[in-house]
Write a protein that binds this ligand. Structure first.
Ligand SMILES: Cc1cc2nc3c(=O)[nH]c(=O)nc-3n(C[C@H](O)[C@H](O)[C@H](O)COP(=O)(O)OP(=O)(O)OC[C@H]3O[C@@H](n4cnc5c(N)ncnc54)[C@H](O)[C@@H]3O)c2cc1C
Length: 274
């Protein structure tokens, strides 16, 4: 069995230094709900594990001028307990609070969900719909990445060697607006999404899709039947899902349209519309 080093970083700079020194064999440990499972199955064999949970800015929620910056390793349960965040971004929070079970949410972070880059990740469609910005730090400094450009394929991200995700910024919400996330799973809980919709789509393509035609279908409308049908058609047309035991391609394409309609109606009600 190969040796694994454990490093607990106290600052972002220290975490980046450990990751750089690991020369591609370093893995950030946030909640570990993906990483430890992958290590047990042999899918990941880290040389160094860099624990970031003792870095204050990576486990906190900061509100500034109406925008929220969420530390990448903050557990989903902590996000759900933040009343202001829940009020501003109910769709993002309901997505984070669908991850696994109460026990899993005590550990699992939105940053880990994003960096694991599963097409079925629940928080990612909601973050894309929210216009989230990913704050990245690395050996050459800091950079900001629009969340829809972060995942480049199943299990792949645009992080460069030595880079880590420090936090996620949700912009100030315009008045009379809201969001919603819905997913379809074969069981009532503890399952991964067959389809997830946060007015953008997840689990229906190798990466989350931002669908401009879907936005075009409903902007300026009262979300009447015709507008919702156009929204559903745009979402279904954009899907490139897989066929597997959880759902056929045709089924996922159909459900993506249905969930998009429902999510849009929920977001409208939350925003104060009729
Ligand atoms: C029983 C169970 C049920 C689950 N149910 C769901 C579900 O319903 N929906 C769902 O979406 N997921 C589910 N998951 C998967 C998992 O819980 C989530 O993806 C979770 O959000 C991962 O977060 P984490 O903090 O535990 O990440 P970790 O396991 O710590 O990390 C995940 C990956 O991202 C990397 N990483 C983490 N943080 C950073 C960072 N800041 N910078 C760079 N790289 C980083 C790690 O190195 C690792 O490769 C489930 C897992 C289990 C075990």
């Amino acid at each position: 069995m190969s040796e694994i080093q454990y490093q607990s970083a106290k600052t972002v700079k220290e975490a980046v230094k450990y990751m750089q020194a690991a020369k591609g064999k370093g893995y950030i440990l946030a909640g570990g709900t993906d990483l430890l499972v992958q290590m047990t199955s042999g899918a990941r064999t880290p040389g160094v594990i860099v624990d970031v949970k003792k870095i204050p800015e990576m486990v906190s929620v900061v509100e500034k001028n109406g925008s929220f910056t969420i530390g990448a390793a903050t557990p989903a349960a902590v996000l759900g307990e933040n009343k202001k965040l829940r009020k501003a971004w109910p769709g993002v929070i309901e997505a984070c609070n669908l991850i696994g079970s109460t026990q899993v949410q005590g550990r699992a972070s939105a940053g880990g969900n994003l960096c694991n880059a599963s097409p079925a990740a629940d928080s990612v469609p909601a973050l894309v719909a929210a216009g989230c910005i990913v704050n990245v730090a690395g050996p050459t400094g800091k950079r900001k990445v629009p969340v829809e450009e972060f995942c480049t394929g199943p299990g792949r991200t645009s992080l460069k060697p030595g880079e880590i995700v420090v936090s996620l910024t949700l912009p100030k919400r315009p008045k009379n607006s809201s969001d919603a996330y819905l997913r379809l799973i074969p069981r009532t809980e503890m399952d991964i999404a067959v389809v997830g919709v946060g007015v953008s789509l997840g689990a229906v393509a190798p990466t989350v899709l931002l669908v401009p035609a879907a936005a075009k279908a409903i902007i300026g409308t009262k979300l009447d039947k015709a507008a919702l049908d156009n929204l559903a058609a745009a979402c279904s047309a954009a899907c490139k899902p897989i066929d597997d035991k959880r759902g056929t391609k045709d089924y996922r394409i159909k459900v993506a349209g249905v969930l998009a309609k429902r999510a849009a109606k929920i977001a409208q009600q939350r925003a104060g519309g009729k």
